[in-house]
Ligand binder design. Structure first.
Ligand code: DAH
Length: 341
């Protein structure tokens, strides 16, 4: 036993370790309850009485040697780590963080918010999954209107109630008119869905901004002035507008608005197909039937509404040739708009 203790003591003195794991392994092997020294302590019971004194002392010394070794290894590991820390150069600049850029549609949408915000419009939002009432019936769509056809609208369920993906943000008009009383002055941004074959010029979803103003004595002249201000802010002070008669179930009269082509200044170019004008939105005076459907007295109140596609406005401003680029998340495309916001 004496020999065993002495060899063990030599062995322990010679130990080295370069990682915390190695130090821990040493602790487990020699110092833990199931370790070598512990088992020698157990054997101590069988040592003859006359040797107990000498062996007991040797065992205690061995334990001290092991404890000291363990403490020394731990200490040198810690100071090694300190040395490593001190090599970190705190004056070096950090790895640069790469920020993303705002999406072109968001840039343009925010610009639209700013322009109408300055005229007192607030933002209203509504759900993308809608019911027939808010998308069609309340907006004066006759029951057999083609927009209700499966070929245009994505239906989620047909019975007992038609649930669908909204085809326009005009549904937010109805929701707001149902929930609040005039005066109402809102713009409603959001994504809309139509069952279109996807190509460079059409997608199954796009973004709209709807506008609605309801108050006493709102006239078509107010609508025209509001849209002229918008067009000039968005496309430059030289911009002219032109309203062409059109039809929407929810407005009467209805119009389509063109702006003078800001690429050729109205002279005619391939972009405006030689006409000098490009179409940007639909608008009109809110049909009395729509006001009544939402519980607003059409004899007391009148209003105007308009709706525009954000992709269309963005294309006009930045001439993006393929609509699909907006939803492909290609960072090379997105980075082209770095300077725009
Ligand atoms: N909802 C129409 C569409 O999706 C756009 C529109 C036209 C909205 C005229 C209006 C409006 O509020 O008055 O094509």
């Amino acid at each position: 036993m004496i020999n065993k203790i002495n060899t063990l003591a030599e062995e322990i003195k010679a130990l080295t370790a370069s990682t915390a794991e190695e130090v821990e392994a040493i602790r487990l092997k020699y110092l833990s309850k199931k370790g070598v020294i512990s088992s020698l302590m157990n054997d101590f019971r069988t040592v003859p009485a006359e040797q107990k004194r000498e062996i007991g002392q040797l065992l205690n010394q061995l334990k001290t040697v092991a404890n000291d070794k363990f403490a020394a290894l731990k200490e040198s590991l810690a100071s090694g780590a300190d040395a490593a820390h001190s090599e970190i150069d705190l004056t070096r600049s950090a790895t640069p963080a790469h920020f993303g850029t705002r999406h072109p549609l968001s840039i343009v949408k925010n610009e639209i918010f700013e322009i109408f915000g300055a005229m007192g419009f607030t933002i209203a939002e509504g759900p993308e999954i809608e019911d027939d009432w808010h998308v069609f019936s309340s907006l004066n769509f006759p029951p057999d209107h083609p927009a209700r056809d499966m070929q245009d609208t994505f239906f989620i369920s047909r019975h007992p109630q038609d649930i669908l993906l909204r085809t326009h943000t005009s549904s937010v008009q109805t929701r707001t008119m149902e929930a609040t009383r005039p005066p109402i002055r809102i713009i409603c941004p959001g994504r809309v869905y139509r069952n279109e074959a996807i190509s460079a010029r059409a997608h199954c979803f796009f973004h709209q901004v709807e506008g609605l103003y309801i108050d006493k004595n709102v006239s078509f002249a107010d609508l025209k002035q509001c849209l002229l201000y918008f067009a000039r802010e968005m496309f430059g002070p030289e911009t002219k507008i032109r309203l062409r008669p059109s039809y929407f179930p929810f407005t009467e009269p209805s119009a389509e608005m063109d702006i003078s082509c800001h690429i050729c200044g109205g002279k005619g170019c391939p972009f405006c197909k030689g006409t000098g004008w490009v179409e940007i939105l639909g608008c009109g005076m809110v049909d009395p039937n729509v006001l009544e459907a939402c519980g607003i007295d059409s004899k007391e109140y009148t209003g105007y509404a308009f709706g525009m596609g954000v992709e269309r406005i963005t294309n006009l401003k930045y001439r993006v040739k393929d609509l699909r680029l907006f939803s492909e998340n290609d960072v090379r495309f997105l980075h082209e708009f770095d300077a725009a916001h």
